[in-house]
Design a protein around this ligand. Structure first.
Ligand code: TXA
Ligand code: MG
Length: 360
């Protein structure tokens, strides 16, 4: 199959034609990659089981990993669930359209293929105008995971989508680089108390300001460990992972972190390894050697989020053997950044903090 790429430009008329062509593909049961404000999505008609199956096949995605249904208007939520709870009403009022996905009980209209066999459904109203126009023009709702091959970092440019899915899908709507760069926040509203399943641009603090107490999935920052398993099926898989081995160096003392990073880089280079380094703006110029990518200021998680997945893909393209990254704050949106970084590293952290008892 030839994948058609249509560019979104500032020509409104041409954009409308491109979006209408994409909507035709969706209506005929095909697959379209499209921009959202978080990452590129891979869309299909949410009420067409055959089309949804094609998503799993194109991505190589396990069939027990459910898709998010994307809607164009708040009232579309009524097509997916029979009862809208008070929490759902409050959250959607405050954060939609935007980077928030809610999990609610599914109505009979939602195929089990889309929900990975679950009786609940994930719903999101994106704020990206191209995404909303595509859904509206398709005259259906659109099931869409991130538009990457299963296991690879989510795509933040159309070139990333091409890298993974060229020849496997009908069309890509190319709207350039994506603003946020990390996937939406997911909150489960089907339990007694709301629970954060995946951190994102809408932070835990922002959710709590609207809902009061919000629980956090215990597996969120630890991954699968013993009996602890993430509640969002997709969060248990090795994910966002570069082909290289990635380790995070963390510690309270910034100088100690830089010192350790340098030691690890020197050692890897001595062993003849292609060595990548991910650093904050604050540590620019402080490490010698290795292939360095500056992710952004450690005081601005939005910058780091915007560059993280592209950096991981760049190290793949350059065939890095090992990558060392500094650790970042988990405050606010930083929680999402560290959640993705930890997953990419398979939770491998080298902590250089000196334990209290060893201090003199
Ligand atoms: O920002 C985003 O959310 C992007 C854009 C394209 O909208 N989409 C996205 O989809 O990240 P995906 O498929 O890569 O991640 C969806 C996550 C998976 O971890 C999946 O397991 C979880 O949502 N999920 C979906 N339905 C669920 C459900 N009913 N219960 C629990 N988790 C669910
Ligand atoms: Mg994904």
């Amino acid at each position: 199959m030839d994948t058609i790429i249509r560019k979104i430009t500032d020509n409104e008329q041409e954009n409308l034609y491109a979006v209408r062509a994409a909507a035709q593909v969706i209506r005929r049961g095909g697959l379209v990659a499209f921009p959202t404000e978080t990452v590129y999505g891979l869309g299909a008609d949410a009420f067409d089981e055959k089309a949804a199956e094609k998503i799993y096949a194109a991505k190589g995605r396990p069939s027990d990993n459910p898709l998010i249904v994307h809607i164009a208007e708040k009232k579309d939520l009524e097509r997916l669930t029979d009862h809208i709870s008070r929490s759902a009403a409050l959250l959607t009022e405050r954060f939609w359209p935007g980077p928030l996905t809610i999990i609610v009980p599914k109505s009979d209209a939602v195929p089990l293929t889309v929900t990975g066999g679950l009786q609940t459904v994930a719903v999101r109203l994106p704020s990206h105008p191209v995404a909303r126009k595509l859904i509206a023009e398709s005259k259906t709702l659109i099931a869409a995971p991130s538009a990457n091959l299963s296991g690879r970092p989510s795509p933040t440019t159309a070139a990333h989508v091409t890298e993974d899915l060229n020849g496997r899908i009908e069309m890509i709507l190319d709207a350039g680089a994506i603003e946020i760069g990390l996937e939406s926040t997911i909150v489960d509203l089907t339990g007694k108390l709301p629970m954060l399943l995946r951190p994102g641009y809408i932070t835990l603090e922002m959710l709590e300001a609207v809902l009061g107490t919000v629980l956090t999935d215990p597996a969120l920052m630890t991954g699968v460990q013993g009996d602890i398993r993430p509640k969002a099926p997709g969060m248990k898989y090795r994910h966002y992972a570069p082909r290289a081995e990635l380790a995070i160096v963390s510690g309270k003392d910034r100088n100690a972190v830089v010192y350790k990073l340098q030691e690890l880089v020197d050692q890897a280079l001595d062993e003849g390894k292609k060595t990548g380094v991910m650093l904050s703006e604050e540590n620019r110029g402080k490490i010698r050697g290795g292939d360095q990518i500056i992710l952004g200021s450690s005081a601005r998680p939005e910058e780091i989020a915007g560059n993280l997945f592209a950096a991981l893909r760049a190290f793949d393209a350059r065939e890095a053997d090992v990558i060392y990254s500094e650790s970042f704050s988990t405050q606010g949106f930083g929680q999402a950044v560290m959640n993705r970084l930890l997953k990419a590293a398979g939770q491998k952290v080298i902590d250089v903090t000196v334990p209290e008892k060893n201090k003199r």
